[in-house]
Write a protein that binds this ligand. Structure first.
Ligand SMILES: [Zn+2]
Ligand SMILES: [Zn+2]
Length: 936
C-alpha cells in the first residue's frame, strides 16, 4: 500500500534522526502479487509470474517431485496444477485473492496474508535446502557455517546499538572531522579507517587497534599501531593498548608476516624508493618552479582561473591568468632555477633515456600548452554538466512530454546541478579532488604523491545529509571498477555504474581502432581513417583485423541500487575480460627502449629483456567474462546510459535507452615504466604462469616493493603466454625494472630469491619442500611460494617444480645489453667478421670496452641511397661511418656528404667517426644511440 508507506516514511522523518529514518529518496519495496501464468508485455515487473516454465514450474515437472506419478508432466499439466494449487491454498486461507482476473482466460492474483506466516527459528544444525533451485540435497544433509551461527546467535546480539563509521579519503573533510571528534570523545565507539588516520591523529584514550590485514611495511605498522596507548607515553599512568592484526589466508604478504611477526612488529623502517630521474616527476617539479615564479595563484577551484561567464562560457583562461602564464621574464627566472635544481640530480639524469640538453628548453616551450591541457578534464566535466542541465530543462519545459519523461528529466537536472556545484563550490572544495592544486597534481602537471594520478571520477548522488561526491580511482583500476554496470560500494550503500558522463563537443562518440599483435600483444593504435600497420612493429608478425569502436572511458555516473539479483552477483564475481597492449614511447619519431639478453655461459641466450620508460599501456574492457561471446557494451550515445549486455537480463527501467545506441569497447590509457620478459624456447603454459608469479614475488621481495607497486600480465593473453609484461604501478615509478636490464647480475639475484621462495636451495637446487615454519610439504605451490589472492585464476597452472631448472640456469646468467637478442660476445664476433677494415674493428673494440651499445648490423647496402654504411643501429635509425684517411680526399668527401645528406632527409641520423676524431666525445653526444659510458 503506497499511501501507507508514504505515511510511515513521513512519520519516520519526524520522529527519527539519521541514519534510522527512511531516506526520502529511498525506493520503497511493495509486496508483490503472484499470478499463476506467464508474464505478458503490459504486466508490472514488480509482480511475480508463475508460469509452467518458471523455476517453480520446472520443479513441478521434475520426476523426483512426484515419484509415484510415472509419466513426465508436460508444461500444460504444470500450468493446470499451478492454478489449482493457488485455488486450494486460498480455500485453506494461506493466500488471498487480491486481483480478480481481467477476462475469462486470465488467472487471479494472490498475496500471502501476514497472519498466515509463521516464523520459526532453526536450531542451527541443518542448513536450508532450496528444492526448487537444487534438485537434490547433498548426501550428508549439508553443513551449517559455524561462524555465522555463532555470529547471529551470540555476537550480533552483543553488538546491538553499536555505532560504527568510516573515516576515509572518500568522506568529505567536514564529516571526517566530526567523526574524529565524536570518536575522541568516546561518543562514537568504532571508527573504520583507511590510511587517512595513519598520520597525526592522536587519541589519548584509544585502547584498541584492529588491523584487518597486515600493513605493507613496518613503517605503516608503526604508524597504525601507534595510534593506540598514547596516554602511556605521555608519562601518565597509561593503560596498555591492544593491537590485533588479522592475517588473511589468501594473502602471501599476510602469511609471510604471520610466520615472521617480528619482522613487521619490530621491523626496520625502509625509506621509500623513488626514481629521481623519472620524466613525469621531474617535469611536474619544473612546472611547480615555473608556477611559483609567475606568482600566479590557482585559487581554490578552477572557477578562479577560467572564464565561466555567460550561458555557454568559453572556459578559457581568464586574461590576467593568461598574461601571467605568458610572462617571459618569469619563464627565464624559472629556467635558471630549474637548471640549478636539475644539476643536483645530474648523475641520475645522465642514466635516463629521455633526458638531453634540450629537454628543459622544450618543457618551457610547451608549458603553457601543458597547462591548458591539464584543465581539460575539468572543462569536460563542466561542459557535460552544463549541457545535461540545458537538455533536461528543455524537456521539463516541453508541454508535449509525458510526466514520466519530465520526472526523469528533473532527476537528471538535479544531478547536473549537483555536479556543477562540486566543480566550483569553493568552501567545500579544499579537500575535494577539484581543489585547484590537488587537481593539477592529479593531472600530472604539478607534483603530488598522495592521490591517484590521472584518475577517473565516478559521480555518486548524495543521500539526505550527505553531499554528492565524485570518487576517484587510478584509471587502470577504473577500467574494471568503474566498468559498465559494475557495482561499487560507498559509505555502506551500493551503487551501479549506469552512465558515462559524455564528453561535449562532438556529436558523435569518438572511437579508435587498434591492432594488438597476436604474438606479443604490442599495441598499434589507429585514429581516423588510416589502415594501420600490417606487421607488428615489435616482432614483425602479421597483424589481424583491428579491434574497432574502442571508446576511451572517461568519467562515469552512478545511481544507488538497493537490490542486486543473483545473475548480477554472478557476473560481478566473474568480472570483466581485460586485455592489455603495450607500446614503447616515441622519442623523435622512433620507439625508444633498451634490449638486453639473459645469457648463460654455456647455453647462450635464455631470455630477452626489453625495458621502455613511460611506455603506453592500454587496458581494454572486452566485456563480462561470462557473456555470450559478444564483445563490448551497448552505450546510449544520447543519454550516456550503459545497456545491459546480456539479453536475458532485463533492461533497467530507470535508465531507459534511446534508439541512438552503439556497441563500444571501453579502454583506458596510461604511461608506465615497463619490462617485457620473453623467455627462449617457448616454455609451457604452466611454466609461464609459475614464472609470472615467481618473478613478481621475487622482484617485490628483493626491492621491498608493495604488492600494488608492481603489476605483471601475460601477453598476448592468458591463454597464450609468450611474454610477461611487468610494469611499475607506483606514482613516479620505483626504477626497479630498469635496474634489471642495466645491472648484469640483477636478474640472477632475482632468480636466487625466486628459488628460495619456491623452497629450493639456490646453491644445490635441492628441494626443501616447504617454507621455514610451514607445517606441511608444498607439492605444486602454496601461499608461501607462488599462490596469492590475486592470481587465483592461475592456481591450477602454477607448479613451482616446473620452473626449478629454468631458475637455476637464470641464476648463472648475466644480463648484457644486446640489440639482436643473441649473446653480446657472439654478436660482437659476428660484427668483427663483417667489418670492412681494421679501423672499423678498432671502433667495435672501442665500443665494447666502454660497454656501449653495439650496432645491429655491419656493411649494409642501402639501395635507395646507393650507399653502404659501415654499421647500422636499426632501433634508433642511425647509420655509422667509420672513415679512414681515404675519405679525406676532397672528391670522396663530397660524394660522402651528398649521400649522407640524402639519408638525413629520410630521417636517418648519420654519425661519422673519422680516424682523427675524439671518439669518446662523439659517443657522449648520442646517449640515445650508444648508451652511457661505463668504465670498469
Ligand atoms: Zn608482435
Ligand atoms: Zn610452496
Amino acid at each position: 500500500d503506497i499511501q501507507f508507506q508514504e505515511r510511515i516514511q513521513q512519520q519516520s522523518n519526524q520522529r527519527l534522526k539519521a541514519p534510522w529514518a527512511i531516506d526520502e529518496k529511498e525506493t520503497m519495496v511493495s509486496a508483490a502479487v503472484i499470478y499463476p501464468r506467464g508474464r505478458i508485455r503490459e504486466d508490472f515487473r514488480g509482480n511475480i509470474y508463475l508460469s509452467s516454465r518458471s523455476g517453480y514450474g520446472q520443479y513441478l515437472r521434475r520426476r523426483e517431485t512426484f515419484p509415484v506419478f510415472t509419466p513426465k508432466l508436460g508444461t500444460e499439466d504444470a500450468a493446470v496444477i499451478l492454478r489449482q494449487l493457488l485455488q486450494v491454498l486460498r480455500v485453506a486461507g494461506l493466500v488471498e485473492e487480491v486481483a480478480p482476473p481481467e477476462h475469462d482466460d486470465d488467472a487471479p492474483g494472490y498475496q500471502l496474508p501476514g497472519a498466515a506466516l509463521r516464523w520459526v527459528a532453526g536450531d542451527g544444525t541443518k542448513p536450508f535446502h532450496d528444492a526448487i533451485r537444487m534438485p537434490s540435497a547433498s548426501e550428508a544433509g549439508g553443513r551449517t557455517n559455524r561462524f555465522f551461527l555463532e555470529f547471529y546467535r551470540d555476537i550480533a546480539y552483543e553488538g546491538k546499538g553499536l555505532e560504527a563509521r568510516e573515516h576515509t579519503a572518500q568522506v568529505d573533510n567536514e564529516t571526517r572531522q566530526q567523526r574524529e571528534a565524536a570518536f575522541k570523545e568516546g561518543k562514537l565507539p568504532i571508527l573504520y579507517c583507511s590510511p587517512t588516520m595513519e598520520l597525526g591523529v592522536d587519541i589519548a584514550t584509544l585502547n584498541a587497534v584492529n588491523m584487518r590485514n597486515v600493513p605493507p611495511t613496518p613503517a605503516n605498522y608503526a604508524q597504525r599501531s601507534g595510534r593506540a596507548g598514547r596516554s602511556g607515553r605521555a608519562g601518565r599512568s597509561g593503560q596498555p593498548a591492544l593491537v590485533v592484526t588479522y592475517c588473511t589466508t589468501g594473502s602471501p604478504h599476510d602469511q609471510y608476516f604471520f610466520k615472521r611477526p617480528e619482522l613487521m612488529v619490530a621491523g626496520a623502517v625502509v625509506p621509500p624508493r623513488l626514481e629521481l630521474a623519472n620524466e613525469d616527476l621531474v617535469r611536474a617539479h619544473v612546472h611547480a618552479v615555473w608556477l611559483a615564479e609567475t606568482g600566479q595563484s590557482l585559487g581554490k577551484s578552477l572557477k578562479d582561473i577560467l572564464n565561466l561567464i555567460g550561458e555557454s562560457p568559453s572556459l578559457d583562461l581568464q586574461p590576467h591568468v593568461h598574461d601571467s602564464l605568458e610572462d617571459e621574464k618569469a619563464k627565464a627566472r624559472a629556467l635558471t632555477r630549474a637548471r640549478d635544481i636539475l644539476s643536483t640530480i645530474s648523475d641520475d639524469l645522465k642514466e635516463a633515456d629521455w633526458y638531453s640538453e634540450g629537454w628543459l628548453g622544450e618543457i618551457f616551450k610547451k608549458i603553457h600548452l601543458n597547462f591548458e591541457q591539464a584543465c581539460e578534464r575539468w572543462r569536460g566535466l563542466y561542459r557535460a554538466a552544463l549541457k545535461q542541465r540545458e537538455i533536461q530543462n528543455r524537456i521539463i519545459g516541453d508541454a508535449s512530454r509525458s510526466p514520466s519523461d519530465k520526472a526523469e528529466a528533473k532527476r537528471l537536472r538535479r544531478e547536473a546541478e549537483a555536479q556543477l556545484d562540486l566543480l566550483i563550490e569553493s568552501d567545500k572544495v579544499m579537500q575535494s579532488d577539484f581543489y585547484s592544486y590537488r587537481y593539477f597534481a592529479s593531472e600530472g602537471f604539478l607534483p603530488g604523491y598522495n592521490f591517484p594520478r590521472l584518475p577517473l571520477s565516478a559521480y555518486i548522488p548524495g543521500r539526505r545529509e550527505r553531499q554528492d561526491h565524485f570518487l576517484s580511482r587510478p584509471r587502470f583500476l577504473a577500467i574494471s571498477e568503474f566498468g559498465p554496470r559494475n557495482i561499487i560500494y560507498h559509505e555502506g550503500s551500493r551503487y551501479v555504474i549506469n552512465r558515462v558522463i559524455m564528453p561535449v563537443g562532438d556529436d558523435d562518440v569518438k572511437t579508435a581502432s587498434a591492432k594488438l599483435c597476436p604474438q606479443c600483444g604490442y599495441l598499434h593504435d589507429i585514429w581516423g581513417d588510416t589502415a594501420g600497420a600490417d606487421l607488428c612493429e615489435y616482432c614483425n608478425t602479421l597483424l589481424e583485423k583491428p579491434l574497432e569502436q574502442l571508446f576511451r572511458i572517461q568519467n562515469v555516473s552512478t545511481k544507488r541500487k538497493d537490490r542486486i539479483n543473483c545473475d548480477e552477483e554472478e557476473r560481478q564475481r566473474q568480472g570483466y575480460e581485460i586485455k592489455t597492449g603495450v607500446r614503447f614511447a616515441d622519442h623523435e619519431g622512433r620507439p625508444s627502449y633498451r634490449r638486453s639478453t639473459v645469457e648463460h655461459p654455456g647455453e647462450g641466450s635464455l631470455a630477452k629483456l626489453i625495458y621502455g620508460s613511460a611506455a603506453t599501456i592500454w587496458r581494454i574492457n572486452m566485456g563480462w567474462k561470462r557473456s555470450d561471446r559478444q564483445t563490448g557494451f551497448v552505450l546510449d550515445t544520447e543519454r550516456g546510459y550503459w545497456g545491459s549486455n546480456n539479453a536475458a537480463i532485463e533492461q533497467d527501467e530507470d535508465d531507459p535507452m534511446t534508439a541512438k545506441s552503439i556497441r563500444v569497447i571501453p579502454f583506458v590509457e596510461d604511461r608506465r615504466n615497463c619490462l617485457l620478459f620473453e623467455p627462449a624456447g617457448k616454455p609451457e603454459l604452466n611454466q609461464m604462469a609459475s614464472l609470472q608469479s615467481a618473478l613478481k614475488n621475487a622482484i617485490q621481495t628483493r626491492y621491498q616493493l608493495e604488492d600494488n607497486e608492481l603489476a605483471v600480465e601475460p601477453l598476448p593473453g592468458k591463454d597464450e603466454r609468450r611474454v610477461l609484461l611487468f610494469y611499475e604501478a607506483a606514482e613516479g615509478g620505483a626504477g626497479v625494472l630498469r635496474h634489471l636490464v642495466d645491472e648484469s647480475n640483477a636478474f640472477a639475484e632475482v632468480a636466487r630469491t625466486a628459488l628460495e621462495l619456491c623452497h629450493f636451495d639456490p646453491d644445490t637446487g635441492e628441494d626443501r619442500r616447504r617454507a621455514d615454519r610451514a607445517k606441511e610439504d608444498c607439492e605444486a605451490a602454496c601461499y608461501d611460494c607462488l599462490l596469492s589472492y590475486s592470481n587465483q585464476t592461475d592456481h591450477r597452472q602454477i607448479d613451482r617444480k616446473s620452473i626449478r631448472d629454468l631458475l637455476l640456469r637464470f641464476l648463472q646468467a648475466k644480463v648484457s645489453a644486446s640489440p639482436t637478442g643473441i649473446p653480446r660476445a657472439e654478436h660482437l664476433q659476428r660484427l668483427m667478421n663483417q667489418a670492412g677494415s681494421e679501423l672499423e674493428r678498432k671502433w667495435l673494440r672501442f665500443l665494447d670496452a666502454l660497454h656501449l651499445n653495439l650496432p645491429e648490423r655491419a656493411q649494409v647496402y642501402m639501395q635507395k641511397f646507393e650507399t653502404r654504411p659501415d654499421f647500422v643501429y636499426d632501433d634508433s635509425k642511425t647509420v655509422i661511418y667509420v672513415d679512414g684517411p681515404i675519405h679525406d680526399y676532397p672528391e670522396r668527401a663530397e660524394r660522402d656528404a651528398r649521400q649522407r645528406e640524402n639519408l638525413e632527409d629520410f630521417g636517418y641520423t648519420v654519425i661519422v667517426f673519422r680516424h682523427q676524431d675524439d671518439w669518446r666525445e662523439i659517443v657522449s653526444r648520442f646517449p640515445g644511440v650508444f648508451g652511457n659510458m661505463k668504465e670498469v
